[in-house]
Every structure is written in structure tokens, then in C-alpha cells.
Unconditional design. Structure first.
Length: 340
């Protein structure tokens, strides 16, 4: 049983002072546990000793929890008492929903996995980058299936251009040394998550990171050669120990990633536009037709790619239109979608 006194055990799980400082004086006897998987009717958890039981209080909703969450549980019964505040949270809005769907919590690095084939889609990668930026998690582009193309550097160069100072690594997920270029982000106590389309090698990469002696191995599947599409082999999010230290969260393939309520994430993705905007003549400049627009001036001067500005405009417009707003009298506001 892992309590606050087991500092070394908590550190191995990825627990830091950010979480332990949240424990109140009257809660010091409670046990610290980490959510390892979320199911429709139950949660699984771990502590420094391995898998441990976790009991949900009555009327609890598992949708309120994410893999990677830290919780406090009662000794002996394992009853969940409360969830600690998250340091980072990866979430997305689904079509027709006001709330956000939780993907993972307390993730240090997000590996955005894409393969060097028809799956490589810069527009979709930008949406993943926005998700990571908004969460406060460091994004890393991971290019798989590099052995299937003549020049993988072509794909790497396109990925590098997506965001300033963006790490891009190329791996062959089936190779025993595939984890070598990922080690800077996979040290002891660090947590990484993998996102990407089905069939790009996420589950294979998770298995390689976990090592051959892992208790559980993720199912893997082949892709269709015609369109590089794969089947969903991961159906639930789960937390796995990385061989030699660290933790990895695998996620199901995401078919559609909507942009909603992620202004900060967009600002980080298009940092060069964000930095120019304060120099525009008008504070609410749309960078489309206003006189004295510093962004348009940069496009004309050749220091800003016009295609980047167009993608910024498209994503900003989608974010504005898809972000729910509050309406109704004060004290009784409800969420509604904006009208297109």
C-alpha cells in the first residue's frame, strides 16, 4: 500500500510535489493511487506494488476520470475518496456534445504518431498539436514505417515546419532499438501518451517501449495497402510501464478531431502569427483585409507563408464556431452551441 511516506515509490509512478502538496492534513492516512484504465462501469488502479483495487463511491461516473489521474483511496477498502487536481489533461470535444471527452491526464509528453505513407496528413497533425499545446503537454512527432519509403526525411521536413521548435523523430516500431530516439522523454517517473490514426503502429510502439517481459501486450493489426488505413486494435486507454522507467498511455485511433475551445493551443501552433498580431493597427484585426495589418505585411514581405495564414484562419474559424457559449439570465446560464 502506497502512502505519502513512500516518496520513492510515488516518484517511480510519476507522482511529484504538484500532487502530494494537494493532500490535506486530515488526508495523510489515505493511500495514493493512479488510474491505469477506465471502463464503463469500473476503474483500475496501481500503486508502487502493482495493480490494486479501487472502489467507486455510489453515483460516480467513470467518464469523470482519465487514465493517469491521481486519486486518494481509503485504506483496506480501497474506496475512492477524491481525485487530485490534474497538472495536464488531454481532451477533445465530440460531435454534438458540449462536454469534453477525456483522453489522458498528467501526461508529460504527447507522442503524435504518423506513418510515412498515405496516413501522413499535416492538417490532422496540426489538430493533434493544438490538443497537446492546449493541455500544456510537450508534443513530439513520431514518424513510423520509415523503412517502407525511399526518403523518410521528406516527411520529417514537412513535420518540422508545422510548429516552432517541434521535435520530430523517425523510428521503425518493430526494431528492438526503436525506443532509443524516444528515451529523452521516457525517463523514470515520466509519462508519455500516444495518439494517432489506426494502423500507424501505436500499439506496436507501446509493446516495444514496455519490453518483451511486460505482463500485457497490446494487440496489433495490419493496414490496407490501398489507403494505408488500419483497424482499431486498441479499444480502451491504458497505462503501461516502460522498460527501464516511465509510463506510457496508449489510446484508440481517433477518426475525427474537432477544434473547439482551444485558443491557446492555436496561438502556440501559429506562434509567428500570434507574435505579429499586437503590431496590427486594429486590436481585433482578422488579418484578412484591414489596413495596417502586420500579418498581411509579413506575407507580402515573404517572411510569413501565406498557406500558414490560411490554415490559421481555417482553424480559428472552426474553433470560434464550435466552441459552446453561455447564454441565459445571470445565475442560470446554460451552454449552447454557436450558430454557424
Amino acid at each position: 500500500m502506497t502512502g505519502l511516506s513512500d516518496i520513492a515509490g510515488l516518484a517511480r509512478l510519476g507522482c511529484s510535489a504538484f500532487f502530494t502538496d494537494q493532500v490535506r492534513a486530515e488526508e495523510t492516512e489515505l493511500l495514493v493511487r493512479r488510474i491505469s484504465s477506465v471502463h464503463r462501469d469500473r476503474l483500475d488502479a496501481i500503486d508502487a506494488s502493482g495493480p490494486v483495487p479501487i472502489e467507486l463511491p455510489p453515483n460516480s461516473n467513470t467518464a469523470d476520470f482519465a487514465v493517469g489521474d491521481w486519486v486518494l483511496a481509503a485504506p483496506y477498502t480501497g474506496l475512492l475518496m477524491r481525485r487530485l487536481d490534474r497538472q495536464t489533461v488531454l481532451q477533445r470535444r465530440t460531435e454534438g456534445a458540449f462536454g469534453q471527452q477525456l483522453a489522458a491526464a498528467n501526461v508529460d509528453t504527447l507522442f503524435i504518431v504518423t506513418s510515412c505513407n498515405a496516413d501522413f496528413n499535416p492538417s490532422r497533425l496540426e489538430r493533434y498539436l493544438i490538443m497537446a499545446n492546449e493541455a500544456g503537454t510537450q508534443p513530439v512527432i513520431v514518424l513510423t514505417k520509415t523503412d517502407t519509403v525511399e526518403d523518410a526525411q521528406v516527411f520529417a521536413d514537412q513535420a518540422l515546419a508545422l510548429q516552432r521548435d517541434l521535435p520530430v523523430v523517425m523510428v521503425n516500431a518493430l526494431s528492438p532499438d526503436a525506443t532509443a530516439p524516444l528515451q529523452p522523454w521516457c525517463g523514470p517517473g515520466r509519462t508519455v501518451a500516444l495518439v494517432g490514426s489506426s494502423g500507424v503502429g501505436k500499439s506496436t510502439l507501446v509493446n516495444t517501449l514496455a519490453g518483451p517481459d511486460a505482463e500485457t501486450q497490446q494487440k496489433t493489426g495490419a493496414i490496407r495497402e490501398a489507403d494505408a488505413k488500419g483497424r482499431h486494435t486498441t479499444t480502451a486507454r491504458s497505462l503501461h510501464a516502460i522498460s527501464g522507467g516511465g509510463w506510457v498511455i496508449d489510446t484508440p485511433g481517433i477518426r475525427t478531431l474537432y477544434v473547439s475551445d482551444v485558443t491557446d493551443g492555436i496561438d502556440t501552433l501559429f506562434a509567428e502569427i500570434t507574435e505579429l498580431a499586437p503590431h496590427c493597427r486594429f486590436r481585433d484585426c482578422t488579418h484578412a483585409h484591414e489596413p495596417g495589418c502586420a500579418v498581411q505585411a509579413a506575407v507580402k514581405a515573404g517572411t510569413l507563408d501565406a498557406a500558414r495564414l490560411e490554415r490559421w484562419r481555417t482553424l480559428s474559424s472552426e474553433n470560434r464556431d464550435r466552441t459552446p457559449v453561455y447564454s441565459g439570465p445571470k445565475g442560470n446560464k446554460t451552454l449552447r452551441k454557436k450558430k454557424y
